[in-house]
Ligand binder design. Structure first.
Ligand code: SF4
Ligand code: SF4
Length: 265
């Protein structure tokens, strides 16, 4: 967890440093960052919305989006959510307080379907086509928070507060696990990434600690049943399950090892 916080806060500091002290490591924001004043890294979901809205983007920004798509889609999976996104600190804080104040019992009687986020994603893309603006970028609380922390927060605090209270009082992992279309986008494009969590059933004692800490417990279907990798793109590769597993039944593994293991079986 400390590594993740180091990554999230470190990346944020690099953006703030560019604005306040003239650092040239990461200039811009999460939608598009100019790296070492040499090349761009861009948010592929934002690019998709902008293109659907009918705008034309420069080749450097498009290449920047492709780089990010390849890094997350092929290598790291949905690591944006657990290692980069500043909203994750807000929602993790709400989750921590939920547990501390024993608010976990407060839930809707009917469990909210986690697939809502895919509908929000779909809606964001369709609205971009018909409205002529990048629909979710227009209202994205993630962008509001990130831009606000770098350039100064206006009414963005209200959006962040709503998400914090929603996660704290209404639904556990409500925003990131049920609503956010950015997480949904990276879940869709990250299905075949290389770095995955591997489960070894021989070491598993069925304590289910991993289920308790996992922000996306539906991805842990194989726990206690069979050895294999967590292949669901909704896994954020946060490593929380590995951290709590005292039986060494979970670890990160690279794709080549997964393939070799499958060939040996
Ligand atoms: S689901 Fe959305 S808000 Fe949550 S960490 Fe991912 S991008 Fe950020
Ligand atoms: S399976 Fe593990 S790495 Fe994946 S989201 Fe759950 S806790 Fe994080």
């Amino acid at each position: 967890m400390w590594l993740r916080r180091f990554s999230q806060i470190g990346i944020l500091l690099l953006f703030i440093g560019a604005n306040k002290w003239g650092w040239n490591i990461l200039i811009g924001n999460l939608s598009s960052a100019y790296v070492f004043e040499t090349f761009y890294l861009s948010d592929p979901f934002a690019i998709l919305q902008i293109l659907l809205a009918g705008f034309i983007l420069g080749a450097d920004v498009l290449i920047g989006g492709l780089i990010i798509l390849l890094i997350y889609g092929i290598i790291g999976g949905r690591v944006f959510c657990s290692w980069v996104c500043p909203m994750n600190i807000v929602t993790d804080t709400a989750l921590w307080l939920r547990k501390k104040w024993k608010l976990n019992e407060i839930q809707f009687h009917t469990p909210i379907n986690r697939n809502i986020r895919y509908w929000v994603l779909f809606l964001a893309l369709i609205l971009s086509v018909f409205s002529g603006v990048a629909a979710f970028e227009f209202v994205s609380p993630v962008s509001m928070l990130h831009r606000g922390l770098i350039f100064g927060m206006g009414f963005g605090w209200a959006a962040v507060a709503v998400i914090f209270l929603f996660d704290l009082l209404v639904l556990k992992n409500g925003w990131c696990g049920h609503v956010c279309p950015i997480g949904a986008f990276y879940s869709v494009v990250s299905k075949y990434h290389w770095i995955k969590v591997q489960h070894t059933v021989e070491n598993c004692t069925d304590c289910m600690e991993c289920f308790v800490v996992c922000p996306e417990p539906q991805v842990l279907k194989i726990i206690g049943k069979k050895s294999g990798s967590i292949n669901n793109g909704e896994c954020t590769n946060c490593g929380r399950c590995i951290e709590v597993c005292d039986d060494k039944a979970l670890k990160f593994i690279k794709r080549e090892k997964i393939i070799r293991r499958n060939e040996n079986e």
